[in-house]
Ligand binder design. Structure first.
Ligand code: SAM
Length: 283
């Protein structure tokens, strides 16, 4: 194998192709690998992420390091988790000890195994197939992070940033709404990646609002159960779930306490209604 080519601070299409070829790497569809190859976009992502010299950052899916390299120069500590062992070996050699690198499917990583100190900034250019799982896990494991910056498929944004009573509103939008405020920052055309994906992408930021409430796995299960039968009432959707846990009061009473009707459907509840209901029933 030829010697490792160091990541250029000027990441463009030719540089990405050269890094891949000279390190005998190739983009794997099964891991959703489309590498950023536009320096302007990389700068803008870092800008909107709010990362600064004191930031403790986590990046999921560093790829060949388009964001990782500039981030590691900017922040105080950077951890990155990559699923692909060939990319991991490349990054280990090219980044040295500037980054705490983990070779793992992020979804399988236990919190205690990678969170040494709380992260305050999270960044990820996430493949669509794993987007919901990764965002959910980040909100549970790293819910105190001040900001999360994601590159996602443009079409997926409708499921992340949306209002109650809309078709797209579901568990992911509820978790995002509980975590904080979400903003669509800018569009990223497909020619900013190598290889080019079929869809347009966009960068979004989620900024934490301290609600004195931690998003837990149990809260996620509660919200998912609430949306399990979208066309039915909340009581109907939650009945199976509530029969498996010990509740502090009947659902009917909890709904009444927060001023909601007995026959309400999950899609009408605002994110913070789910928090209030969960607290009354289960905390
Ligand atoms: N951040 C790089 C960039 O912007 O050029 C790469 C982005 S590429 C769209 C997605 C990256 O996430 C790939 O490196 C892929 O191998 C990695 N990945 C996919 N699924 C993952 C998972 N479950 N856990 C960790 N990394 C994952």
């Amino acid at each position: 194998m030829s010697p490792v080519l160091h990541i250029s601070s000027d990441m463009n299409r030719n540089v990405v192709i050269h890094i891949l070829e000279s390190n005998e790497l190739h983009a794997k569809t099964k891991f959703g690998q489309n590498f950023l190859c536009n320096e302007e976009i990389i700068k803008r992502i870092i800008e909107v992420s709010g990362v600064g010299p004191d930031s403790v950052c986590l990046e999921i899916g560093p790829g060949i390091g388009a964001l990782t390299e500039p981030l590691s120069d900017l922040c105080s500590k950077l951890t990155a988790v990559e699923i692909d062992k060939e990319l991991f070996s490349y990054l280990e050699k090219s980044l040295g000890d500037k980054v705490a690198l983990y070779l793992s499917d992020y979804l399988k990583l236990k919190k205690d195994d990678y969170v040494e100190e709380p992260f305050d900034h999270i960044l990820s250019n996430i493949p669509y197939y794993v987007m919901t799982g990764i965002m959910k896990k980040l909100m549970v494991d790293c819910g105190n992070a001040e900001r999360m910056t994601f590159m996602v498929e443009d079409e997926a944004i409708a499921r992340i940033i949306c209002e109650p009573s809309t078709k797209q509103y579901g568990p992911l939008a509820v978790l995002v709404g509980v975590y904080g405020s979400a903003k669509r920052e800018f569009t990223v055309p497909s020619d900013c990646f190598y290889p080019m994906p079929h869809t347009t992408s966009a960068v979004i930021t989620l900024s934490r609002i301290d609600r004195g409430f931690e998003i837990s796995d149990d809260f996620c299960s509660f919200v998912e159960a609430a949306f399990s039968k979208r066309r039915k009432t909340l009581s109907n959707s939650l009945s199976a779930y509530l029969s498996t846990v010990s509740v502090k009061m009947p659902l009917k009473e909890a709904l009444k306490t927060i001023g909601l009707e007995e026959n309400i459907r999950a899609e009408v509840l605002k994110p913070l209604d789910f928090v209030e209901l969960y607290k009354l029933l289960l905390i």
